[in-house]
Design a binder for this molecule. Structure first.
Ligand SMILES: [Fe+2]
Ligand SMILES: [Fe+2]
Length: 195
């Protein structure tokens, strides 16, 4: 496996191929997520493999500019078409991004692949590295909304509480109060959500 530094260059070339106008912003976001990830690891002395976490951070949005048709094809190949169709195409770069990374970069480390997979929706299956990426993706310094500022503040003090806050904001945002989301929120929050 290459280093996180090397993957930064690979990511940029991947983005360039897409011809999308938004690649600079997305590339800077990816670098910022890697910085946020390092800050979280240091602040809370999190026992994760730092290099793996950084690789996941750099590559978490690797599939961002992939065509929906290709992502759907991957979903079909892996038998997860029904599952991913519950979510909008905007989320597919995460839920299927790990397949793209496996195929194009030959990465097979489950810690990295899971962190990429769950970075948007979160999951009850997240390990510590996936949790770091899930939170870092929301509080990186390219995001400027008030909602993000609140979660960023929480992330200075309480790692799990900040994760719960991101989950809650997304539930409100997407108007998604499914049992799965509530269970996910309750896993991280001290105050349980009553449905
Ligand atoms: Fe993403
Ligand atoms: Fe992202």
């Amino acid at each position: 496996m290459k280093t996180a530094e090397e993957y930064k260059t690979i990511l940029w070339h991947k983005y360039l191929q897409s011809g999308d106008r938004r690649i600079i912003h997305r590339y800077l976001h990816s670098l910022a997520v890697a910085r946020a990830c390092e800050e979280l690891i240091d602040r809370f002395s999190l026992p994760v493999d730092r290099e793996k976490a950084l690789v996941a951070a750099v590559l978490h949005d690797y599939a961002k500019f992939e065509k929906p048709e290709r992502l759907l094809e991957l979903a079909r190949q892996h038998g997860v078409e029904e599952k991913i169709k519950k979510y909008g195409p905007k989320t597919w770069h995460a839920l299927l991004g790990h397949y793209v990374i496996m195929e194009e970069l030959g990465i097979d480390d489950p810690v990295i692949l899971n962190a990429v997979r769950w970075h948007t929706t979160g999951s009850l299956e997240m390990d510590l590295t996936a949790e770091v990426i899930f939170l870092a993706d929301f509080i990186d310094d390219t995001r400027l909304s008030d909602v993000v500022k609140e979660v960023r503040e929480a992330a200075r003090i309480d790692f799990r509480k900040a994760i719960a806050q991101k989950i809650k904001k997304k539930m409100i945002d997407l108007n998604n109060y499914s049992q799965e989301q509530i269970a996910l929120y309750n896993k991280y929050s001290e105050v349980q959500w009553k449905s």
